[in-house]
Design a protein around this ligand. Structure first.
Ligand code: CTP
Length: 410
């Protein structure tokens, strides 16, 4: 942590006094601290006690003209390596989750381009309230990290989760944040293109053919690649998932739209094709809703083959340096996937068994086999987020030239 600069935002709450101890610990670990004290925070600790511990002036008000002249709030929010909110009150979390910027603390939080770590502290009921839990989920999805709250007796006499994490635990979370940031910037400067989700193939303006893909695995890979510093373009079919933070997400419906969006997004250093693209589409898409007519037999559904996006890109002139396909199989998983790797000219195939009994389709866990030119790597059953993390690590090694032999090339 030597030389790191931390912006500590102290919210209002009985636990605010612990922020003083936190400042002492952070400085002891070799980092510097600059503090913003909210108006409510100043009811619990004084600017003077904070500034004597940080050894710097304490910023308290958005509209202080001298602060604006010395350092604008935007600059203030970016002049740190990490923003730590401790204590993060229910009110601060709510404002952060909805992007409200009505004082210096919330303006700095909205304007920053740096990672944010929150240490919540509040009454048990406030913590458990659906609104706070919703804000927590939103902030996590936005990439905010959390430490605590701890469980125990509260100042208000109630018992449960809501106590500010101990300053030593917050310091540990700060250390982890820096450690993982240096480890996970492994894809910095790389452009990664990912397809995800099912496609919808229109029969007429109101009906379509689809499949059971949830898009979860592709979205997890997009999030992991973005967290590793990659510039990520995610081309997604219709899914019920929020766009991952820090990813350019392009929404499409049909296979042909997906191919067009992918070609538009090329070139890329790596292409990861997780989408469950429909192999066929209705041949003659009706321009009007097909009517049911009494006494007439149901319409025949003639099918036409869709373009194979992976195979088209892998054989195209804009082929990414590393092409990764997925193979969803219900039998002879490795055998079929190995053949698919050669047939589609992919460098790697991530194969999985999607038989209904596995619960993979739509579920949160996945058991995959990574098939490369070197052979088959059997991974244990992992969460889709863990599969994504592992894949991103392999990808970073390959793009850094550490496993060139894995690649068959164009
Ligand atoms: N794929 C694609 N475009 C298609 C079909 C598949 O890009 N029209 C990609 C998928 O995203 C995946 C890989 O090809 O990365 C394999 O998909 P899969 O559905 O398992 O293969 P199919 O081509 O459908 O082969 P099969 O019918 O033999 O299972």
């Amino acid at each position: 942590m030597q030389g790191k600069r931390i912006m500590l935002i102290v919210g209002g709450g009985i636990a605010a006094y612990k922020a003083l101890e936190l400042v002492r610990l952070i400085r002891g670990a070799g980092a510097s601290v600059r503090a913003i004290l909210t108006r409510a925070g100043a009811e619990f600790v004084t600017p003077l006690s904070l500034s004597s511990l940080t050894g710097d002036k304490v910023y308290t008000d958005l509209f202080s003209l001298t602060d604006e002249a010395e350092m604008g709030h935007i600059e203030l929010s970016r002049d740190a390596d990490l923003l730590v909110v401790a204590p993060a009150t229910a009110n601060l979390m709510a404002k952060m989750a909805s992007g409200i910027a009505d004082d210096l603390a919330t303006t700095a939080l909205l304007a920053t381009d740096k990672p944010v770590l929150c240490a919540p502290a509040m009454n048990v009921r406030m913590w458990q309230h659906a609104a706070t839990q919703r804000n927590l989920a939103t902030l996590k999805a936005d990439g905010v990290s959390f430490v605590g709250p701890d469980e125990g007796e509260m100042a208000c006499g109630e018992y449960g989760p809501g106590r500010l994490a101990e300053p030593a635990a917050i310091l540990e979370a700060i250390r982890e944040q820096f450690a993982s940031a240096s480890k996970t910037r492994s894809l910095a400067g790389k452009r990664v293109l990912i397809t995800a989700g099912p496609t919808h193939e229109p029969i007429d303006p109101v009906r379509y053919i689809a499949n059971r893909s949830s898009g979860k695995q592709g979205y997890a890979i997009a999030a992991a690649a973005a967290a590793a510093g990659a510039e990520v373009v995610l081309v997604a079919g219709p899914v019920a998932l929020p766009d991952p933070a820090g990813v350019v997400t392009i929404h499409v419906e049909s296979a042909r739209e997906m191919l067009a969006a992918v070609e538009e997004a090329l070139p890329a250093d790596a292409g990861i094709f997780t989408a469950a693209v429909a192999d066929w589409r209705p041949d003659n898409e009706g321009t009007q809703k097909i009517k049911k007519e009494k006494g007439k037999r149901p319409p025949d559904l003639a099918l036409a083959e869709n373009p194979d996006i992976l195979a088209t890109v892998a054989a195209g002139k804009n082929r990414p340096g590393l092409v990764v396909g997925f193979a969803a199989e219900t039998e002879k998983v490795v055998e079929h996937a190995t053949a698919k790797r050669t047939r589609k000219k992919a460098d790697w195939i991530v194969a999985n068994d999607v038989s209904p009994a596995t619960g993979v389709m739509g579920g949160d866990r996945n058991t995959v086999h990574l098939i490369t030119a070197d052979g088959v790597d059997n991974w244990p059953t992992l969460s889709k987020a863990e599969v994504a993390q592992r894949l991103v690590e392999r990808l970073a090694d390959a793009l850094a030239g550490k496993s060139e032999k894995n690649r068959i090339g164009a």
